[in-house]
Design a protein around this ligand. Structure first.
Ligand code: NI
Length: 392
């Protein structure tokens, strides 16, 4: 087998050029027309025959090995965020107010890089690798993986397993993390409307104060995580917005709250809509008002298959050394890779991309910039894990 590190290094400059082009030209979820065309054009230059328009702007391509066998998917997302970039990079976003603050430019460049490497190695493996370039990962209620699945991305050839990754600035370049089981959380949204009755601010007895009710509802919702979820199960209930009232001396008749609920355990997650509704309705009723709860299910938890965990962990150990693997980590962020995990065995990992000499910015911050020196590591783990699955 050819030396994979050497093959990656041969293409490194080109992969960085892909990344910088994508970084400079970010497009929001469902608007990634140019990004999609760029990906397809690069795949054609490599001699592949990409399929475009897969469930929207999705692009796929298949690299066949030397003999028939299983098929493994490698997935990268490619949408950007409505975040103003403040990195000051020479290749900073040219699309005002939009940027690759989640590092999906790096994911896409790494998958194009993996394509170069796998094409060079194709006489050395059996089966095939399906490259899955996915749009709209950031749109929780209308995400890109679901229409790609509906459009047959897991069929023809049938995909037996899938591997995905995300850049992770909490860890330095050369580190990586993976967990056996739930790696990322479900991501649900809820809206609560509290209805009271307006009156003069000096005469609360004539009204029902929706602001006071809302404050009790918010405090009571925090008891779901502290008193109704086992301390061994990670969960979050956050109220992100509160709007109500019209004037300093008027009792508010209505307050609107918006929040998010996150869980790693699907069973706990399924109880959340009921708990949130009971508390909001019960507290409001006890205080003479009314609460209306709307609950919107977003991403499912991203749960790694034990077999895929073993493969990827093994590759990481061999590639980075055991000390560079951050053990047992999970996060309450959401990821629509979860819909692939619900259907076929999947493995998802985080790639350390922090340059310790630069100021730290988390993902979704306008200052975030992934260290390009991490790119070869991300490609190496993905390619070796894919080949290890096909060889099994
Ligand atoms: Ni992301």
């Amino acid at each position: 087998m050819k030396d994979i590190k050497a093959v990656i290094n041969k293409y490194f400059e080109q992969i960085v050029a892909y990344r910088r082009h994508l970084h400079e030209n970010p497009e929001l979820s469902h608007e990634e027309k140019n990004t999609s065309e760029f990906i397809a054009a690069k795949l054609r230059e490599m001699g592949l025959e990409p399929k475009t328009g897969v469930g929207g702007y999705g692009v796929t391509a298949v690299i066949e090995g030397a003999a028939p066998g299983k098929c493994v998917g490698l997935r990268a997302d490619f949408d950007a965020l409505p975040v103003k970039e403040v990195t000051g990079l020479p290749f900073a976003s040219k699309n005002e107010g939009v940027s690759h603050a989640c590092g999906h430019d790096v994911h896409t460049a790494m998958l194009l890089g993996a394509a170069h490497v796998l094409i060079e190695l194709k006489d050395e493996f059996k089966g095939c690798v399906k490259l899955v370039f996915q749009p709209a990962e950031e749109d929780v209620l209308n995400c890109g993986s679901v229409p790609m699945i509906a459009d047959g991305v897991l069929e023809d050839p049938k995909v037996d397993a899938m591997i995905g990754q995300h850049v992770w600035p909490q860890y330095t370049t050369g580190q990586a993390a993976i967990r056996n089981g739930a790696m990322m959380a479900s991501s649900d949204r809820f809206h609560i409307t509290i209805k009271g009755k307006g009156s003069h601010g000096s005469a609360p007895e004539d009204g029902v104060d929706a602001i006071v009710i809302a404050s009790h509802v918010i405090a009571a919702l925090q008891t779901i995580v502290s008193r109704k979820v086992s301390p061994r199960d990670a969960a979050v209930v956050t109220i992100g917005t509160i709007h109500g009232g019209s004037r300093y001396n008027v009792i508010a008749d209505e307050v609107k709250l918006e929040g998010t609920s996150r869980n790693l355990n699907p069973e706990v997650r399924n109880k959340m809509p009921g708990r949130i509704t009971e508390i909001a309705e019960g507290v409001a009723k006890a205080m003479g008002g009314e609460a209306v709860v709307e609950y919107f299910k977003g991403y499912s938890p991203t749960v790694n298959d034990p077999g895929m965990f073993d493969i990827i962990y093994g590759v990481m150990k061999e590639t980075l050394g055991e000390n560079a693997i951050v053990p047992e980590m999970s996060a309450l962020g959401g990821e629509d890779f979860s819909y692939f995990c619900e259907r076929i065995p999947c493995g998802f990992f985080w790639l350390g991309t922090r340059n310790p000499e630069q100021e730290f910015f988390p993902i979704h911050h306008g200052g975030f910039n992934a260290d390009e020196k991490a790119i070869p590591t991300g490609i190496e783990i993905a390619v070796k894990s894919a080949l290890a699955f096909l060889a099994k």
